[in-house]
Every structure is written in C-alpha cells, then in structure tokens.
Design a protein around this ligand. Structure first.
Ligand code: B12
Length: 235
C-alpha cells in the first residue's frame, strides 16, 4: 500500500478481524494515535477491555518481541511500540480497574532491580485492581530495600515481582531472602512473573507461585486469599 493510501485508511471500515490485525500492524510501527483509535473503535463495538488487551495489544507485542529477538527490530523501534502500547493501556486502565469488585486484599508489585520492562507488570497491576485488590505499584528497577520498605508500610497480602531479563530474574531470590531476614516472609504471598521465568524457577527461588500471565495472577492471588480466609475462619 502506498503512503497516500495508508493515510486514507479508515479504521471504521474494517471488520473486527481486520481491525485487530491493523492495530497489531500499527503497534509494530509505533503509531500511537492509530493504536488508540483502533482500541476505541473496538470498545464502541462492544469488545471487552480484557479481550482488546490480550488479542490486539499483547498479541501485537508478541510479534514485536519475536522480531526484536530475531534482530529485525531494534531498541528505538521497540520503544515506539511500547509507547503506543502504553497509550492504549491508558484507555483501558480505568475500564479494567474499576469493575466495582469487592475489595479483597492488597498487593505490592514492582519490576526488579536492573530491569526496566514494565508493560506486563502494569497489566498484572490493572487486572489485580479490577479483581478487587488495592495495588501499590513500585515501578521499575526496584531493589530489595524498596520492596521491604513497602511491605512494612503497606502490609500487603501479595508481593508481586516481575523480571523480563535472564540477568535480572535471579534478583527475585535476593528479595525473597531479604524478606526472610526481616522476618516478613510468612506475612506475604510472593508471586513472580515475566517471560523468561517458569514454575521450576519460581519454586527454586522460594516464591509461592509463578504465573504465566495476568489472568493466572488474578486466579492464583484469589485462591491464596481464599486459603488465608479459610485458615483464619478455622483458627
Ligand atoms: C518491550 C520490550 C522492551 C522495551 C521495554 C519498554 C517497557 N516500558 O516495558 C525496551 C525497548 C525499553 C526494552 C529494553 C531492553 N530489552 Co526488551 N523486550 C521488550 C519485549 C519486545 C516485549 C516485552 C513486553 O512488554 N511483552 C508484553 C507483556 C504483556 O508480556 P510480559 O512482559 O511477558 O508480561 C506478561 C507475563 O509475563 C506476566 N507477568 C509479567 N510480569 C509479571 C509479574 C507478576 C507478579 C506476575 C504474577 C506475572 C507477570 O503477565 C504479563 C501480562 O500477561 C521483549 C520480548 C519478549 N518476548 O518478552 C523484549 C526482551 C524482554 N528484551 C530483551 C532485551 C535483551 C532488552 C535489552 C537488554 C536490550 C538492549 N540491548 O538494550 C534492554 C534491557 C533494558 C533493561 N535494563 O531492562 C530480551 C531479553 C533476553 C533475555 N533472555 O534476557 C527480550 C526477550 C527480547 C529478545 N527476544 O531478545 N525491551
């Protein structure tokens, strides 16, 4: 398609499948305004925010991730895609977070020291809010002291850590050891996530669970809350 034709593309004329594909293309190209417009059109068509997030946005980011890994895309381009993704997430955040769900617990979450990837962590934070958790999001590059301080201050039920790099994932163990040294380990359920992790790693570092995505994080956190509740009820 020529540039002129592309400029004329009316997203509203596309059917849902074509629009999802176009959003993914625009995300790939880092076209923030177009991605946001596409998301708004899907919302107008009655799409659920969660489906837009997973099918259009996360699906699009997977393609970016693959081409980044294969050396077809580089950091500056991926940054543009990430910015477009964030702008679209800003549209979805209030819809995902404000579901009116009953408040069921508190979570502290952060991306560990040395790591600045935050898209997935922020999706987890939004979904947890929507599920009824108060979420304190510590951001990126969070060291053990900051996690410990936040646990002391907010007394969360759940502590979530994210890492996207094989070089930063071992730091999660450092944080868990620091929690133990401070006598706080049994006060919080530790959930870990991020693309390079798996369940065996989660177990090896002493986390309570590894979750592959935000939906699993919500389910797992709710199950732990239920168990706590039952334990308290029978005590
Ligand atoms: C976007 C991106 C970037 C952006 C980040 C922007 C941002 N604000 O986040 C930028 C361009 C800055 C970047 C930089 C770098 N990146 Co990068 N990046 C990515 C990319 C393409 C996508 C990550 C993403 O957002 N995915 C989409 C989200 C939705 O998925 P997710 O993060 O996995 O999150 C889901 C689950 O994992 C889970 N989850 C995540 N966190 C948590 C936390 C908890 C508690 C739970 C329960 C669940 C959970 O739920 C989420 C939602 O469902 C990945 C590719 C990939 N395959 O992951 C590479 C990737 C992670 N990056 C990589 C690299 C190498 C780098 C750089 C070192 C590049 C460089 N040479 O500078 C730097 C590192 C900077 C640093 N110190 O952190 C490598 C890592 C390789 C490795 N084995 O370690 C990857 C895998 C690309 C590749 N294939 O080579 N990157």
């Amino acid at each position: 398609m020529s540039d002129a034709e592309e400029d004329d593309l009316d997203l509203r004329e596309l059917d849902d499948d074509e629009l999802v594909e176009q959003i993914q293309d625009d995300l790939y190209d880092g076209l923030k305004d177009e991605v946001v417009e596409g998301v708004e059109i899907l919302l107008e068509r009655g799409w659920k925010p969660y489906d837009i997030m997973t099918k259009a946005l996360v699906g699009g980011m997977d393609i970016v991730g693959k081409d980044f890994g294969d050396g077809i895309l580089f950091v500056p381009e991926v940054l543009l895609s990430a910015n477009a993704m964030k702008a679209a997430m800003d549209v979805l955040r209030p819809l995902l977070a404000e579901t009116g769900a009953e408040r069921i617990g508190t979570m502290v979450i952060g991306t560990v020291k040395g790591d600045i990837h935050d898209i997935g962590k922020n999706i987890v934070a939004m979904m947890m809010e929507g599920a009824g958790f108060d979420v304190i999001n510590l951001g990126i590059n969070v060291d053990a002291d900051q996690f410990i301080t936040a646990v002391k201050e907010h007394k969360p039920d759940i502590l979530g850590m994210s890492a996207l790099l094989t070089t930063t994932m071992p730091y999660m163990k450092t944080v868990i050891e620091a929690l133990a040294e401070e006598g706080l380990r049994d006060d919080v359920v530790v959930l870990v996530g991020g693309a390079p992790l798996n369940a065996d790693f989660g177990k090896a570092i002493g986390a309570d669970a590894y979750c592959k995505d935000a939906a699993e994080a919500v389910q797992t956190a709710k199950a732990f809350m239920q168990r706590r509740h039952n334990r308290r009820a029978s005590a």
